[in-house]
Design a protein around this ligand. Structure first.
Ligand code: GAP
Length: 440
C-alpha cells in the first residue's frame, strides 16, 4: 500500500462504485462529514460488530451487553465533565469565516489555510463538541439535551442495574455498540473522523489496586483481536498518551495506532478511567454506585474502570485500507480488496461460465443452497467471466464458484481464490463445507 492521498482517492471511489460508502444526502451536495453505508458497507459493518460482540460478550462470562439511549438526562454530561471540558480550541478566519482547530498546526503562520488571508484569524475560543437539541415542545434552556458523544456514560449510570440483573461480581464488564455524535471542528479523511459515528466500547469494572494489571490485560487482548481481523502487524503500534494528551478522566491511556495512507493515527483507545466517572455520578445524582462484596458485606468499594473504545467506521476504514491492493496480472491492473473472509461482505460469488446449456440454472441452485445455509452468496451471470471475477475482486469476495461444461457431466465446480488466484475443482455438494472450513 502506497502511503499517499492517491490511495485514499482510489479507495473512496471504489467504496462508492461497489456500494460500500456513499456521501450522505449526496443529491443535495452532502453534509459535513457524515456518510451512508451501501449494500456492501452495511454487511462489512455488521461483520465488524459481530466479530467484536462475539469476542467481548459471547465468548466470555464476565462481560454483559447493554444498549443505552442516545438522549440521556443532561446532568449525565455535567457529571461526566463533558459540558465543562469536552472542547477544542477554535479560531475563525475573519475573511472566509471558516473555523479551524487552534492546535492543528495548519494555522501556525497566522494565515488562513483555505482562503490564505493573513492576520485575520481570531483569538482561540473553546468550542464544545457536543450536539445540543431540545426535548419536548418548548425550545428553552431548560429543555436542552445532548446527543451522546460516547456510549460509555450509559454503562456507568447502569452499572448497578447490569451487575444486579446479571448477578455479576467485580471484576466484570459492560459492552455497548451504538451511535455517538461529535461536532468535530476538523473532521475528514473519509470515514476516519465523522460527526455521526458508531462506537464499540467496553467498560471493565475492577477493584482499585488491580486496575494496572487489568489495563495491561486489555491492552494486549485488543491488539490480539485486531490481529485476528488479518490487519498487517507492521502497520499497528501502541502510542502511550503523555500527561498533556490524557483525557480529563484518564490516569493512563494507550492508543492502538494504524498506519493509514495519511499517516499514523488512532485506531482504538484503551483507558484507565479510575473511579472518576462513577464517583462523579454518585456526587451529581446523590445515589450510591458501590460494589458490596457478597461474602464480606463490610467490603464496599467504588470500582475503577478500564475502558476499551473503538469506532465501527474507523475499524472499517482500517480493514479497507489494509486490504486495498493493485496488482499486475498478465499486463493488466487488478484491483483487489483482500478482506479477511470473516469481514468480507459476500463470501462467495456463483458464476455460470456461459449463459446456456443449463449452467445458469445449475449455478442458481448452488447459490440458493448457500444462501439458505446462511452464507452470503452472490449470483452473477452478466458479462465475460474475466469481468465478473474483477468485479468480485474489487468487492472483496474471497471465493468465486464457477459452473462450467464439466459441472454438467460430473457435478464438480471450480473454486477460484481471490488472493492467490488459484483454482481447484471440488464436488458441487462440497462448496459449503469448503468455504466454512476456510472461514474458521
Ligand atoms: N469513551 C472514550 C472515548 O470515546 P475516544 O478516544 O474519544 O474515547 C474512542 O473515542 C474511539 O472512537 C476512537 O479511538 C475512534 O476509533 C472512535 N472515534 C472517536 N471519535 C470519532 C469520530 N469523530 N469519527 C469516527 N470515529 C471516532
Amino acid at each position: 500500500m502506497a502511503t499517499n492521498t492517491d490511495v485514499m482517492d482510489k479507495l473512496v471511489s471504489l467504496c462508492k462504485r461497489r456500494g460500500y460508502v456513499f456521501q450522505t444526502s449526496e443529491i443535495y451536495g452532502g453534509t459535513g462529514s457524515v456518510w451512508d453505508y451501501g449494500p456492501l458497507g452495511v454487511e462489512l459493518q455488521r461483520n465488524v460488530k459481530e466479530a467484536w460482540w462475539r469476542a467481548m460478550v459471547v465468548a466470555r462470562d464476565d462481560i454483559e451487553g447493554l444498549d443505552a439511549a442516545i438522549l440521556m438526562n443532561p446532568k449525565v454530561w455535567e457529571a461526566s465533565g463533558h459540558v465543562a471540558g469536552f472542547s477544542d480550541p477554535l479560531v475563525e478566519c475573519g475573511n472566509c469565516h471558516r473555523r479551524f482547530r487552534a492546535d492543528s498546526g495548519e494555522i501556525a503562520k497566522g494565515q488562513c489555510p483555505v482562503c490564505g488571508a493573513k492576520d485575520r484569524l481570531s483569538e482561540p475560543r473553546m468550542f464544545n463538541l457536543m450536539f445540543k437539541t431540545h426535548m419536548g415542545a418548548v425550545e428553552d434552556a431548560a429543555a436542552v439535551v445532548y446527543l451522546r458523544p460516547e456510549t460509555a456514560q450509559g454503562s456507568y449510570v447502569n452499572f448497578l442495574n447490569v451487575m444486579n440483573a446479571a448477578r455479576q461480581r467485580v471484576p466484570f464488564g459492560v459492552a455497548q455498540i451504538g451511535k455517538a455524535f461529535r461536532n468535530e471542528i476538523t473532521p475528514g479523511n473519509f470515514i476516519f473522523r465523522t460527526r455521526e459515528f458508531e462506537q464499540m466500547e467496553m467498560q471493565f469494572f475492577v477493584e482499585p489496586g488491580t486496575d494496572d494489571e487489568w489495563f495491561e490485560y486489555w491492552r494486549s487482548q485488543r491488539m490480539e483481536w485486531i490481529a485476528g481481523l488479518g490487519i498487517t502487524p507492521s502497520r499497528l503500534r501502541f502510542h502511550e498518551h503523555a500527561a498533556d494528551e490524557l483525557a480529563h478522566y484518564a490516569k493512563r491511556a494507550f492508543d492502538i495506532q494504524y498506519e493509514f495512507p495519511f499517516g499514523w493515527q488512532e485506531f482504538e483507545g484503551i483507558h484507565n478511567r479510575t473511579d472518576f466517572d462513577l464517583k462523579r455520578h454518585q456526587e451529581y445524582s446523590g445515589k450510591k454506585l458501590e460494589y458490596v462484596d457478597p461474602v464480606d458485606r463490610n467490603k464496599r468499594l467504588v470500582p475503577y474502570v478500564v475502558e476499551t473504545a473503538v469506532g465501527v467506521g474507523r475499524t472499517m476504514l482500517v480493514a479497507l485500507a489494509d486490504a486495498y491492493r493493485e496488482e499486475d496480472v498478465e499486463g493488466e491492473t487488478r484491483v483487489v480488496l483482500s478482506l479477511h473472509p470473516k469481514l468480507a461482505p459476500v463470501k462467495a460469488a456463483v458464476l455460470p461460465l456461459v449463459n446456456k446449456e443449463g449452467m445458469p440454472e445449475r449455478a442458481r441452485r448452488i447459490h440458493e443452497a448457500l444462501r439458505s445455509a446462511g452464507l452470503h452468496s452472490f449470483f452473477d451471470d452478466g458479462g465475460s467471466i474475466g469481468r465478473r471475477y474483477r468485479r468480485q475482486d474489487e468487492a472483496g469476495t474471497p471465493w468465486a464458484i464457477t459452473v462450467d461444461g464439466q459441472t454438467m457431466t460430473d457435478e464438480t465446480v471450480t473454486v477460484r481464490d481471490r488472493d492467490s488466484l488459484r483454482q481447484e475443482r471440488i464436488g458441487s455438494d462440497h462448496v459449503l463445507s469448503f468455504i466454512r472450513e476456510r472461514m474458521s
